[in-house]
Design a protein around this ligand. Structure first.
Ligand code: ADP
Ligand code: MG
Ligand code: MG
Length: 482
C-alpha cells in the first residue's frame, strides 16, 4: 500500500509551483519531516496544554487513580498533529448521523425483529442471551419506552482502494470519549495557531467539536422531559472508574435501588430520571447475579435509559449485519435517499451460515474480520486466526458459528504521524478511524433532538488490528479537512 499518498496529494495541490506551500503541506502530512527541534517544542507544549486543560486520564500505574478523583493523572494518549481527512467524506459522515439515529430508534421498536435476528446467537452466546432475556421480559410486560435517548457514535474507516467511507460499527452503549475528543480538537487548533508561522496550517480547518456539550445537553433535555425537578441523572459505572462523574456501579444499584409502584426508580433515596450506562456492555461488567438484577430493575422502571435494552441490542454487530441484507433497511426507513445514503456506508457483512463466504474467508483470511457480539475492543479475530477459527467451527459442526459475523476488512491509507503516550513520543506509520457522535431524544409524539454531535478520530499504528484507546491500541486525534 502507498504509504506516501497524503504527500502526493500535497504535491498535486502545489503544482502551481508555490514551493513554500509545498513545504507547509508536507509539514502536516509528513510530521516525520519536521525539524526535530520544532517537534520537541510542540510536544512539550502539547503536554503542558493537556495538563492545564484536563486532557488527562487516570493512570493505571497509580493504584489510587480509580478510587480517588484527581489522584494519579496522566495526559491522554494523543497524536501530536491532526490527521488530514477529506472534507467530502466528513460531510457524508455528518449527513448520515441523524438517519442512523432514526434507524436505531425504528429497529428498537421492532421487538420481534431483534429477537428473531439474534435467535441463533442467543443459543451460543450467554451474554447476548441474558440481554435478550431482559428484552423478552419487557415484551411480556408490554413495557413501552416513551421517552427515548440515544448517545451514539458511528465509526468509519476510509477504504483506500475504493475511496469509500465504510462503517466499522455503530455504538449505542457507552460511546466513549465525548469529553476528551473535544479537548484534542482544541489542543490541535491551539498548536496550529501557535506554530502557524512554521506549519502554515489553518486552525479553522479542524471542524468544531462539542461532543461533550451536546451529550450533556441531551442528558439535560431528557431529564427535563422526565419532568420531576427532584429527580437525578445517574451514571452507571464500572468499579474503579477512571472517568469522573456522579456514579453508581450495577452492584450498588442492586443493593440500594428499588422500584416504586408507579415505576419510579429510586436509588439511595433519589428518584432517577435518566440512567446513563458507562458500563454494562461487557460480560465482565456482570460478575454476579447482582449486576443482572440491577440491569433488570432499571429496565423495568420508568427512568429514561441510555440505552434501553432494545437500543443496546440494536447496536450489536449481528443486527448491523442483518440490516445490511437486501431489503432490510426498507423495513425501517421510508425515504429512498436516506436508504441509499445509509447503504453506501455498509461494508460487506455476512453471517457464518453463508458457506461461499466462509470458504473464501478460509482461502483469503486477510480480507476479512471475524467479530463476536462484544464491545470495548480487543475481541475480533484477524488474519490467519480467521482461517483457524473458521476451520475449527467447520470441523466441530457446532452452532457456535452463530456467535460471530464476518466483515470485509477495510484498509485505510497509511500516513506518517507522531504519537505521544505517557510523555514519550513515537514516529509511526498509522491508520485512522473516524467516529461521529450523534444525539437523539424523543417523546411519544415529537423528536426533540436528532443530529451529528461532534467527532472522535482514533489513530493507531498500521500494523495493529484493533483500535481501542482505553485498550491501549490507539491514541486520540482530530481531523484537518482537506
Ligand atoms: P468494538 O465494539 O469492540 O469497538 P469494532 O467493530 O469497532 O468493535 O472493532 C474494533 C476495532 O477493530 C476497530 O476499532 C478497528 O480498528 C478494527 N476493525 C473492526 N472492523 C474492521 C474492519 N472491517 N476492517 C478493518 N478494521 C476493523
Ligand atoms: Mg463498539
Ligand atoms: Mg469500535
Amino acid at each position: 500500500m502507498a504509504g506516501n499518498a497524503p504527500s502526493s496529494v500535497a504535491a498535486l495541490k502545489c503544482s502551481a509551483g508555490v514551493k513554500e506551500e509545498l513545504e507547509t503541506q508536507k509539514s502536516i502530512f509528513d510530521p516525520h519531516g519536521v525539524d526535530p527541534n520544532l517537534v520537541g517544542k510542540m510536544e512539550y507544549d502539547a503536554l503542558v496544554w493537556s495538563s492545564l486543560h484536563g486532557l488527562v486520564v487516570g493512570d493505571r500505574a497509580s493504584q489510587m487513580s480509580g478510587r480517588l478523583p484527581g489522584v494519579g493523572l496522566v495526559h491522554a494518549p494523543i497524536s501530536l498533529l491532526p490527521m488530514s481527512f477529506p472534507e467530502s467524506h466528513w460531510k457524508q459522515a455528518c449527513e448520515v448521523a441523524p438517519i442512523f439515529n432514526e434507524l436505531v430508534d425504528r429497529v428498537s421498536l421492532d421487538a420481534k425483529f431483534l429477537q428473531e435476528a439474534l435467535s441463533r446467537t442467543k443459543k451460543v452466546d450467554v451474554f447476548t442471551s441474558r440481554l435478550l432475556d431482559i428484552h423478552a421480559k419487557m415484551i411480556d410486560m408490554d413495557k413501552k419506552e416513551e421517552i427515548r435517548l440515544g448517545l451514539h457514535r458511528s465509526d468509519y474507516m476510509l477504504d483506500e482502494q475504493t475511496n469509500l467511507l465504510l462503517q466499522i460499527e455503530l455504538n449505542t452503549i457507552s460511546s466513549s470519549f465525548p469529553g476528551l475528543s473535544c479537548l484534542v480538537s482544541e489542543l490541535h487548533r491551539s498548536l496550529l495557531h501557535q506554530f502557524k508561522q512554521h506549519l502554515g496550517l489553518d486552525p479553522e480547518r479542524i471542524p468544531e467539536n462539542n461532543a461533550v456539550g451536546q451529550f450533556a445537553a441531551a442528558l439535560y433535555k431528557a431529564w427535563a422531559e422526565y419532568n420531576n425537578p427532584r429527580s437525578v441523572v445517574m451514571v452507571v459505572v464500572q468499579p474503579e472508574e477512571r472517568n469522573i462523574s456522579i456514579r453508581k456501579t450495577l452492584a450498588e444499584i442492586d443493593a440500594q435501588g428499588e422500584l416504586l409502584p408507579d415505576g419510579t426508580l429510586v436509588v439511595d433515596g433519589e428518584a432517577v430520571a435518566v440512567v446513563y450506562f458507562r458500563a454494562g456492555y461487557a460480560p465482565t461488567d456482570y460478575p454476579s447475579e447482582s449486576e443482572w438484577s440491577a440491569r433488570l430493575l432499571i429496565e423495568q422502571s420508568c427512568a429514561i435509559k441510555c440505552p434501553s435494552i432494545a437500543y443496546h441490542l440494536a447496536g450489536t454487530k449481528k443486527i448491523q449485519q442483518e440490516l445490511a441484507k437486501p431489503n432490510q433497511l426498507e423495513r425501517f426507513l421510508e425515504n429512498k435517499d436516506d436508504i441509499a445514503k445509509v447503504r453506501k456506508c455498509f461494508a460487506g457483512l455476512w453471517s457464518l451460515d453463508d458457506s461461499s463466504i466462509v470458504k473464501d474467508a478460509i482461502q483469503r483470511p486477510g480480507l476479512y474480520v471475524m467479530k463476536p457480539q462484544r464491545e470495548g475492543g480487543g475481541n475480533n479475530i484477524y488474519g490467519d486466526d480467521v482461517r483457524l477459527a473458521l476451520q475449527r467451527l467447520e470441523k466441530e459442526g457446532m452452532e457456535e458459528d452463530a456467535a460471530y459475523i464476518l466483515m470485509q476488512r477495510i484498509f485505510p491509507t497509511i500516513s506518517p504521524a507522531i504519537l505521544i503516550r505517557e510523555g514519550v513520543s513515537h514516529k509511526e506509520h498509522v491508520i485512522s478511524e473516524l467516529g461521529v457522535y450523534a444525539t437523539y431524544l424523543r417523546n411519544k409524539t415529537n423528536v426533540i433532538m436528532n443530529g451529528q454531535s461532534g467527532y472522535l478520530m482514533r489513530t493507531k499504528v498500521s500494523s495493529s488490528n484493533e483500535g481501542g484507546v482505553a485498550a491501549g491500541f490507539a491514541v486520540l486525534d482530530s481531523i484537518y479537512l482537506r
